[in-house]
Write a protein that binds this ligand. Structure first.
Ligand code: SF4
Length: 251
């Protein structure tokens, strides 16, 4: 006879980890430590409210985290003020096994209406970039730092970004892309807590949780400043090279 073990509660694991960390820090203080070296990105993540999938119903099979579960949670989310002005949530869409994940800042007006990331004018330009690289939109994943439109397309507030980021982090953990392309300074700031401007950062390889990350200009910036397109293409050629690919012949 086999016995079925009860699905473990992820909250219990997180609380146990938090208690272990607290007790370790208290121990260090008792030992006389006055400072502890720590990665600022990891420290910031500890301060984020953890997001857990809804508990499985009694008797239901245990399911791993999934993009669909994240999208459902995003749909019901009212954790930051952006929920009150959104029309639709925009969790992001694309391949479930992408080599590349493109991450922007947040939904605009068209995205807010359709519930899809990068479908306005900037999205059309992103599609051209993706296709010039030899992919289709369905072969990559496209998402944003925040999943609801900031009113008037303003930059999301730091606290809105921090509240929403656990959704994106879970998506990245599930999708395991080989490369992340961070579109614009807000995407880099959200993922890596790096404050520099995108002009300085673009084209320089960075790393998010061991995944190669290439910062480049946001397509909306390129619509206003077309001269930046050649820089973005250089960055995308570097991405292709990192994937062991070459740009397809131009049509
Ligand atoms: Fe929730 Fe993110 Fe939307 Fe804020 S932006 S309400 S955290 S889904």
């Amino acid at each position: 006879m086999t016995t079925k073990s009860k699905p473990s509660d992820p909250r219990a694991g997180w609380l146990a980890l938090a208690r272990e960390l607290e007790s370790h820090l208290l121990h260090l203080r008792e030992e006389g430590a006055t400072e502890v070296e720590a990665d600022p990105v990891q420290v910031r993540r500890l301060a984020e409210p953890p997001v857990f999938p809804p508990p499985a119903a009694e008797g239901a099979p245990e399911t791993a985290d999934s993009l669909a579960a994240i999208a459902r949670e995003v749909d019901a989310c009212a954790r930051c003020p952006l929920h009150s002005t959104r029309t639709r949530t925009v969790p992001g869409q694309g391949s479930t096994a992408p080599e590349i994940m493109f991450i922007g800042e947040g939904p605009g007006a068209d995205e807010d209406q359709q519930g899809l990331a990068f479908v306005g004018r900037a999205g059309q330009l992103l599609t051209k970039i993706i296709e010039a690289m030899g992919f289709t939109r369905d072969q990559v994943f496209i998402g944003n730092i925040v999943k609801c439109r900031p009113p008037g397309n303003r930059v999301p507030m730091p606290e809105e970004m921090q509240t929403c980021l656990p959704f994106l982090r879970r998506q990245i953990a599930l999708l395991k892309p080989k490369v992340i392309v961070a579109l614009g300074a807000t995407a880099v700031k959200g993922l890596l807590d790096v404050q520099s401007g995108i002009t300085r950062l673009r084209g320089q390889w960075m790393s998010y949780e061991g995944i190669d990350l290439m910062p480049t200009f946001h397509p909306a910036y390129l619509l206003r400043n077309p001269s930046g397109k050649k820089d973005v293409w250089e960055d995308m050629k570097a991405v292709l090279a990192r994937l062991g690919r070459e740009p397809p012949p131009r049509k």
